[in-house]
Design a protein around this ligand. Structure first.
Ligand code: PDD
Length: 292
């Protein structure tokens, strides 16, 4: 648990019990802000620079001036981990909004500073799911055209994930007219005849930090990585399906709606990528290889 969240806007660390947040706040009232979720293993951040780079890309895209340099934020996050004696596996949640101001749609006038805060939370790896695989539903992608921005506007994602949860599933695979884009909170990949397919990194999906690593691992392993979209119809003939995200890592999918994927257990290419991930993240204990 994060005892000391950090209110980065004021560069102060505040005990969670003393934290107050104004109700006229652009993030709360308009979803006018952006966020990042950063993985922590044994108290150390994984892919930190990639997340901070994306944070600044999202900020530029919504014309939000962050009152920090990338280096300032990195130092503050390190301090956050130290202040909370974070030595476990967990996440950092970081959010930046257009600040607190009287409610009106256009950007607030005058000297309104962004509100930026971050906190840490314990999150053990979900080894059971990573080892055995999960099921997913398919669900229409009704989101806007700028899904590359890691925006706080997550209502379509929330509704999709809830629909999955009500069916006892882990994720919702989103599609527009049958063309698969990504998931409610992960990227999605199909393996067919030894090749990996995934939606290209356009404005229509989030450019996942783990997706970027999956691409690099595939190249290192000489597995063709094809950034072409696939369809719901393709899923029914897929050899393997897997997801990637900060919290899901590389997650095998063994059933989509009523369709069993492959032989109903995690496939060999997914396993190779999981192994590459664990090596990249310096995970040496309780690895999926040891458990599966
Ligand atoms: N979600 N696509 C969407 C829509 C996401 O929300 C996420 C991450 C990803 C994967 O991105 P990354 O590999 O950088 O985590 C793809 C985070 C974990 C969340 O909202 O909790």
């Amino acid at each position: 648990m994060s005892v000391y969240p950090v209110v980065l806007s004021q560069t102060t660390f505040t005990h969670r019990d003393n934290l107050t947040y104004p109700f006229e706040e652009r993030g709360l009232q308009f979803g006018d802000g952006i966020y990042e979720v950063i993985r922590v293993y044994n108290g150390r951040c994984y892919l930190l620079h990639e997340h901070i780079d994306r944070l600044f890309r999202s900020a530029d895209a919504i014309k939000l001036a962050l009152p920090f340099s990338k280096q300032d934020i990195i130092h503050l996050l390190q301090e956050l981990l130290e202040k909370n004696d974070m030595a476990n596996d967990g996440i950092i949640y970081l959010q930046a909004t257009r600040g607190s101001a009287r409610r009106t749609h256009a950007f607030p006038k005058g000297d309104v500073q962004a509100n930026v805060y971050a906190y840490v939370q314990d999150l053990p790896r979900n080894l059971e799911n990573l080892t055995n695989g999960v099921c997913a539903i398919t669900y229409p992608d009704v989101r806007w055209e700028y899904c590359y921005i890691k925006s706080l506007n997550l209502l379509p994602n929330v509704l999709a994930k809830q629909a999955a949860s009500e069916k006892g599933c882990y994720e919702a695979i989103l599609h527009k007219d049958g063309e698969v884009t990504e998931c409610s909170s992960a990227n999605v990949f199909m393996v067919k005849s030894g090749k990996i397919y995934t939606f290209p990194a356009t404005k229509r999906i989030l450019h996942g930090c783990v997706r970027m690593r999956v691409k690099a691992f595939s190249q290192e392993l000489s597995i063709p990585f094809i950034e072409n979209s696939f369809t719901l119809e393709d899923i029914s003939h897929a050899d393997e399906i897997f997801l990637s995200s900060t919290t899901s890592e590389i997650m095998p999918v063994i059933r989509v709606d009523q369709t069993q994927i492959g032989d109903g257990s995690p496939g060999p290419i997914t396993r190779k990528l999981q192994k590459a991930y664990e090596q990249d993240a310096n995970i040496t204990e309780k690895t999926i290889e040891q458990l599966s």
